[in-house]
Design a protein around this ligand. Structure first.
Ligand code: GLN
Length: 255
């Protein structure tokens, strides 16, 4: 399964956020430590989004090749700095397209979104959920993947719900339709980070100046909090809230 990371704090180069730490996101692409049976390497492309400042929308760079082959990481991305960065390295779920457009993070306006996991039984299991979306939103999906549908569902919820509620509501409705799904969602607007841990690894470290939410800790400097399964996270510098997501997956109680 893919790995993702969000950073908020003092301006850093986008390249530094991707490569920082002995277990950086770049390293997690070829030597992840906690994939829980979901693939081996994350070599089906990558993406990174950041906020240029002065209230500008999120912008990004995506490449369907492995992150370690892209000269931008040690080149142009060293020259771009931001107070917020979201990065994702991808291990495509079987049968899904390997294109730049299918790589998270997906961006729209201020938002950058990533998904680590899979919708079980895709696409049949969630066809009824997709039917609730206006046809034009389905036609605008960046790629025909489970992650892009999750982003479309989340984005629609953001019109009426807080970011944390939007993620929890989408998790609940997708688990209802496809209970064995793995749904680590990650969302940021450059000021806050919201994420879920649903059958996948997730850690967070917050202090007064920084907030990092990541599939796997990037260093062993301490301060990491492992997010328990079926919990959501809200984080920014100086703020961390971990909330249980209501509902249990079938099988947890032996059923
Ligand atoms: N299912 C998503 C995709 O194919 C995410 C894959 C993953 O987390 N490994 O893009």
């Amino acid at each position: 399964m893919c790995r993702h990371l969000a950073y908020l704090g003092p301006p850093r180069s986008v390249a530094e956020v991707l490569t920082d730490g002995p277990h950086s996101l770049v390293r997690q692409s070829w030597a992840p430590a906690d994939m829980r049976g979901g693939g081996v390497v994350n070599a089906d492309g990558y993406g990174v989004a950041w906020w240029p400042g002065n209230g500008a929308d999120a912008v990004g760079h995506r490449n369907p090749a492995p992150i370690w082959t892209d000269p931008a990481v040690l080149g142009v991305l060293t020259q771009v700095s931001s107070t917020g960065v979201v990065g994702a390295v991808r291990s495509a779920t079987e049968g899904m397209p390997i294109t730049a457009e299918a790589c998270a993070p997906f961006t729209h306006g201020p938002w950058a979104f990533s998904h680590n996991g899979r919708i079980d039984g895709w696409p049949d299991s969630v066809a009824a959920l997709a039917e609730w979306l206006p046809a034009v939103e389905l036609l605008r999906m960046p790629a025909l993947t489970d992650s892009a549908l999750l982003w479309t569902l989340v984005h629609r919820r953001l019109a009426a719900s807080s970011p944390g509620d939007a993620l929890r509501e989408v998790v609940a409705s997708v688990l209802d339709a496809a209970p064995l799904s793995r749904l680590n969602l990650l969302l940021s607007d450059g000021a806050g980070i919201w994420a879920t841990a649903v059958d996948h690894a997730l850690s967070v470290r917050v202090d007064d100046k920084h907030a990092i939410v990541t599939s796997e800790p990037v260093d062993d400097r301490g301060g990491w909090v492992e997010v328990p399964d079926m919990h959501s996270v809200e984080a920014w510098p100086g703020h961390l809230q971990i909330t249980e997501i209501p509902g249990a997956r079938p099988g947890e109680d032996g059923t």
